[in-house]
Every structure is written in C-alpha cells, then in structure tokens.
Design a protein around this ligand. Sequence first.
Ligand code: CA
Length: 465
Amino acid sequence: MKIKNITILVSFFLIVLTQYAQGTKKPNIIIILTDDQGYGDVGFNGNKQLLTPNIDKIASNGVVFTNGYSSYAVCGPSRAGLITGRYQDRFGYSRNPLFAPKDATIGLPLEEETLAEALKKGGYTNMAIGKWHLGANAIYRPLKRGFDEFFGFLSGGHKYFPEQLVLNDLSEVTSQFDAYNTKLLRNDTRIEEKEYLTDAFSREAVNFVEKNVDKPFFLYLAYNAPHAPLQATEKYLSRYKHIENKNRRTYSAMVSAVDDGVGLLLDKLKELGIEENTIVFFLSDNGGVESKGAYNGVLRGGKGALFEGGIRVPFAMQWKGTVPANQKYEHPIIALDIFATVVAQAKVSPKNDIDGKNLIPFLTKENKEAPHEELFWRMYDKNSFALIKGDLKLHKNVIGKTGLYNLKSDISEKKMLKDSILSIKLRELYKAWNAKNIAPIFDGLLEDKDYNTKHPDRYKNVEKY
Ligand code: CA
C-alpha cells in the first residue's frame, strides 16, 4: 500500500515536471533591426567589400529572405508595422513622428498591441535597446509598451560618440534634431555612457541575454547604425582604409560595429546553450541612402520611395534545430510576419487583427505555397503606393507615374509592362486594401516648421526626463 502511494506520488510529480518543461520551452526571441542599411550591404546578399561575417552566420544557420520587405520606406512607420504586426496605415502611423514630447497625440496608439505586450501574456521578459521612435511622450515610452527594460533613446536618430551626448534630458532639447544629442536612458534614468553607441547597445544586449538565460525572453535590439550622422571609431574605420569614398568608408565601419555586436550576441547564445531555443531575426527598417554611403545593390531607388531599393531589405533569420539551415527563401515576405511568427511560437493570441503570417510552416516546407497573396505599401503624403502580387509589382511613384513591373525578370524595375487591364485589376486590389486604412493621425517631419508655428511652446517647460 505504501509503495503504491509512493508510485502515485512519483508519477504525479513526473507529470508536473514534464508539463513544466514543456511550458518553459517557449523560444526566446531576438530581433536585430538596423537602420537604413541597404539591401546590398550584407555578405549574404553578395557584398564582398563590406564584410559582415557574423550577420552572415544568421543566414547560414537559417534562412536568407531574398524578397524580404519592410512595411515602409522610412524609419517610423516601418517600426510601427514591425512592432504591431499590422500595416501601420491601419492606425494612421503613416509619417515619421515629430519630436514633441509634450504632445500626447504623437506616438503608437495605445489601442495597438506591441509584440512586447503580446509576449507579456505568455510570460516573457522583454527588453528594448537602441532607437525607439514610437513616441517620446510619457504614455508611449518603452516601459509603458510591454518592455521590462529599456536602454537607448526615444528620437529618430542619435549621435554615436559619447562625448557628443551633451544634453541632460528632454527639457534641454530645442529643435527636432537636437534630440540626437541627449544622454542615453536606462529605463527612466539618464546615464553617462562611455562607449561608442553601437558598442554600448551590443554590450547591453549580451548582458540582458546572460541575465535572463533561464526564462523566455524577447530582445528588441534596434541599432540606429548605419543611419546618419556618419560616425565611426578608429577600431572599425581601420578595417576600411582602402575605401576612398569617405561616406562609404564610414558607413562600412558602422555596419562593421553592428556585425561585431551580432557576433558577441551569437557567441553568447552558444555559450549559454540556448541557440536551439532562440529565434533570431535580422533586418533593416528600410533601404539605404546611397549618397550617405549605402549600397542597395541592383535595386532601383533607396530610402523614402517605394521602388525596391526603398523597401526590399537585408533580411535573415535562424532557429537552429527547427528551421533547416542554408535556405534561400524567395517568396515575398514582410517585416509584419515577424509578429505573427513569434506569437504563434509563444502561444499567445494577439489582441488585434494582424496582417503578417507565421513563417515557420513555410520554412520547414510543411507549406509550399507563398505566404502572401499580395503585399501593399502606402505613402499617404506623396499619394504613392505599391503592391506586389507574385512576380508582378504595380507602383505609383512619388511623381505620380504608375508602372507595372515583373520583378522576376526585371529586379531593377527598368522596364514598364504595357498591360492596362492587369494594372487596373491590381489597382482595384490596392483600393480594397486601402479602404481599411485611415489617414495619418499626427503631424510628421514635413510639418516641422508648421508645427512650431502652431505650437510655439513646443520645447518650453518640457519635463526633465
Ligand atoms: Ca531607417
């Protein structure tokens, strides 16, 4: 009798233990986002001048998305799409936000659920590092949007050399781009950083992973490199002495700093034995600016427009042991898919309708179809749009000219196809998609001067934060 009781007790504990182990098997999530990095600016997309050996490991450990897109051609809206898994036009985040911390209308609407908020429901510990750009007002800051920790800055860009971070807090900012000069925030506290910004972000990323090795975590590592201003330290510049063009040299050095950071992070995952339980995404938020040193490869155009160079970005992911290595995935996918993929693995239900797709069944070949029937882009202020359906792309550009292209045979969008019936059909698809969108909900960068006229107290009596 006694032995039977013990057996029952042991079985009971075994069941509990198994369930516990399964419950904790939720994969860790790391999103490494770079800023304005061109499609051609990674080794895995063929670059031999600018070396990214560590970023390339993500690709060889997993998948290169040759047709991986961001949801917009500049920073702010692209990030709003990425972090919500929804086309940002659904909720009017269709402009780069102005830096106006007193204005509680400028930021990611609170009805929207961030990936961090979704993952909180699944017991994750979350950290955002680097560039935020989703609202500087108190109600929109990272710690209010599902992140347990934050290290970085709230604005759309930043200086890289610590000695240039001379403003103590938001109350000392007196113009849109002045926010680039603020000291960094650790959670709610301004700190004295001593390292080159990119190195500091990498350091914090490694520390966060080390500290949270025993729990499911989400790390949103949003480097502002290689976004302007072009600033790099000798450590990285010395690798590119042979590049004559100064912008290209500095830009390459900035990407090299990111690459070193990615290396440290990947090494840490290996060292801690959590490689197979961690999904790592790498992508850029939009295309590069070639006049500022970027290289979009054979793609036409760059940041700020809906030609491929503006929206097709370097994009790769790894999930060792689950997603087969050394894949090139060619069906079009979009940054919005990250949210959908992650919540499916974390087994949490998103609050809102999401536009992305869980990519895992496509990457394990369980599903051989294309993840998306169509992908869409809207640049509200420029009356420009694009949609991709299969190999075809319809694009109304910023000067009002509409062209139909076959991306498979004409990746550089050089030859407009003459098929007015098809163009009309695709335009109807765009109209149907756009019918569910709303107009921009706040003033953007273009309204900077107008906003100052309307709000002469924009920079006055701002909180010391
Ligand atoms: Ca950007």
